[in-house]
Write a protein that binds this ligand. Structure first.
Ligand SMILES: *Cc1c(COP(=O)(O)O)cnc(C)c1O
Length: 390
């Protein structure tokens, strides 16, 4: 019950045990096509360019930023936690001219603030995060894409922590590039990163297409500067995922099976039902923690459904509690990063773990551990309060 990675669905683990296929095997390329189709509804898009980046979620973040942003481009980062700072860190390496709209941890940016920041920075790219697990806060994104498009900018959103667990509408929100990972709400292992790219962003990326020497048949390169990374060159990766099947990397076969199974499970359950399941689990967690007399971190209106921050009570050793949870109950809960280190625990309920019984068991265990660590916690109150929300 940490903030991710979470447990994988057993069907995903079984899918990964299937035999390997060659990357140009028709059966395998059919799976690639199927994966593209499966992830479109999950992203809430009809984007043709919806596929997988091989690597953890960060691989897709880096591929997006290095392919969208040219050195010297102006980029606005809307930063409200560790993963906003990661965007800045990657963009610094790219050589972008970065402006930051810094939002205090635990808060979100207001639409007007974003509009003003875009006006001031005149960015070519705006990059942000949907749910930043470091702060357990989700930035509302409706209207962001429209602001960016009106300003002639491309938008990038890291939705790693929320896709499949909270409502997400790439097309309705007019977002250009959105990326994810499997190990949060999608209930898979880390190692494959779904991505979707709007046609207008794909066009800009293809303008930077320079096919690598060993594969080139003498095609002219695009008019825009070559993408600085080979592995994360989205133009070449899209050529590989297109009917051209132009070889780039060897697609990570078993991870593709995993990503496919994650998507099939999500769509079988139904996205609305899945979002509701995460919402129920998160709400029960919050109610239970409060009934124990603990203070939940952040604001209810902007809380992520799938991970809850809670202040470590005074005179309680946060690490000792985490250790006891793990050794006595085999339940993982998370610590925190940056300014929240040692101040809050982060407790997840995502993917297969977003189940009411898992929330109840976690609350019961935490109550017992807190009592063992000397905190007077009302017996049974947490579980009762959580149950009353169902
Ligand atoms: C968990 C998380 C990631 C994880 O990236 P990895 O490369 O898979 O470790 C990225 N972004 C956000 C917002 C996350 O919550």
């Amino acid at each position: 019950m940490g903030p991710g990675p979470a447990n994988a669905h057993p069907r995903v683990l079984r899918a990964m045990a299937a035999d390997l296929l060659g990357q140009f095997d028709p059966e395998f390329t059919a799976y690639m096509e199927e994966v593209m189709a499966l992830y479109r509804p999950i992203f809430g898009t009809t984007n043709r360019w919806t596929f997988l980046i091989d690597g953890t979620a960060r691989a897709a973040i880096e591929a997006s930023l290095v392919s969208l942003t040219r050195p010297g481009d102006r980029v606005l980062v809307i930063n409200f936690g560790r993963f906003g700072l990661l965007l800045e860190e990657i963009l610094t390496r790219i050589g972008a001219k970065i402006s930051r709209l810094d939002i205090p941890w635990g808060e979100v940016a207001a639409h007007d603030q974003i509009a003003a920041a875009i006006d001031e920075a005149a960015p070519q790219v705006v990059a942000t995060v949907h749910g930043d697990t470091s702060t357990t806060t989700a930035q509302p994104l409706a209207g962001l894409g429209a602001l960016c498009r009106a300003a002639g900018a491309y938008s990038y959103v890291d939705a790693t922590a929320t896709l499949g667990g909270m409502p997400f509408y790439t097309d309705e929100w007019e977002l250009d590039v959105v990326t994810c990972g499997l190990q949060k709400c999608l209930g898979g292992p880390a190692g494959s990163a779904p991505i979707t790219i709007s046609d207008r962003a794909a066009e800009a990326i293809f303008a930077r297409r320079h096919i690598e020497k060993g594969l080139s048949q003498g095609e002219a390169g695009g008019p825009a500067p070559r993408i600085q990374s080979n592995y994360f060159d989205l133009a070449m990766i899209m050529d590989y995922w297109s009917e051209k099947r132009l070889n780039h990397h060897t697609e990570a076969t078993s991870m593709l099976y995993a990503a496919r199974e994650c998507a099939r499970l999500a769509l079988e359950e139904g996205l609305e039902a899945r979002w509701a399941r995460h919402h129920r689990a998160g709400k029960a967690m919050v109610a239970g923690l409060r009934a124990m007399g603990l203070t939940v971190y952040g604001q209810d209106a902007y809380r992520m459904a799938n991970v809850t921050g809670v202040f470590i009570p005074e005179h309680v050793d946060g690490e000792a509690v985490r250790r006891r949870m793990r050794t006595e109950f085999e339940i993982e809960i998370g610590g925190a990063f940056g300014p929240l280190t040692g101040k809050i625990w982060r407790i997840g309920a995502m993917g297969v773990n977003a189940r009411t019984h898992k929330v109840l068991i976690t609350l019961g265990a935490l109550e017992a551990v807190l009592r063992a660590e000397g905190l007077a916690v009302p017996a049974g109150a947490a579980v009762d309060a959580a149950r009353s929300t169902f």
